[in-house]
Ligand binder design. Sequence first.
Ligand SMILES: [Zn+2]
Length: 285
Amino acid sequence: MPFEQLDAKADTKQTQPGLNITDIQDFTPPSKSANPATQESSATPASDQPFDVAQAKQTSTKTVYLDVGHCTSAEKDPFTGKVDQGFVTKDYTECQLNTAVGKMVARNLIDAGFQVIPTWNPFSEQKPPPVPKQEDLARRNAVVNNDISKYCDDSIYLSIHHDMDNSKKGGQCVYIADNKWDQAMPLAKSIQGSAWQVRERANVSQCINSDTTTQNGQLKGLRGVNAVGVLVEAANAMNPQDRALMSSPSHLAREARTISQGVINYFKLQPGKDRPHPACRRSLG
Ligand SMILES: [Zn+2]
């Protein structure tokens, strides 16, 4: 779905009750007063819906902590340093791609009845003040963990990225925290099970990777939140086909749609059987 259609749809939702795009634009974390379970069905006919909204409505009390990768830290000097854009090509930056896809994922999930709490608000013109990377990661994780400690929702953490993988293979990979490997695996499988294309990676089934294989050996976002989570590398800018596709709004919308579908499929799994109970509930006994 191109951006224009999503934008038009978002506008019509602003008059409806429940959590909507206006709430996100005026984002003050957390906002739990809106109950998505009472949200009206979308005016769009079911046949035009990008994924199974009717099914997803059954999971309307679920929360997705949405993390748009990069964009809000300045590594060297928070006052004069350049803000972290992720990778940069002549056509786009990773920050731009992550923001575009992240916004569409947020809209898709809100449409499907989910509560979406972003670690920073990608809909706002005003970004959080740039701080060093480690501080930025801590700031993002605090948004998630404050909300979890308050509400202990059935929730997941979803971090949106794109990468430059030297394998030059196209498609989507995910990373999960090695110390939460088993708990996060159902989510990883669900996200990859609906991926627009799964990247081929030798000896890595479904391109589900441990964060121990990353440059830093661990991913602070995934490890620092009190929820299961995945970091999605939605496409590879080192692959010529992916690189060209990422200039296309319809392709970015496809990425967003398939990621959203993976989230919806995950929440259909039975807690305690096919997926873990929320960590906050387990620790409460
Ligand atoms: Zn990234």
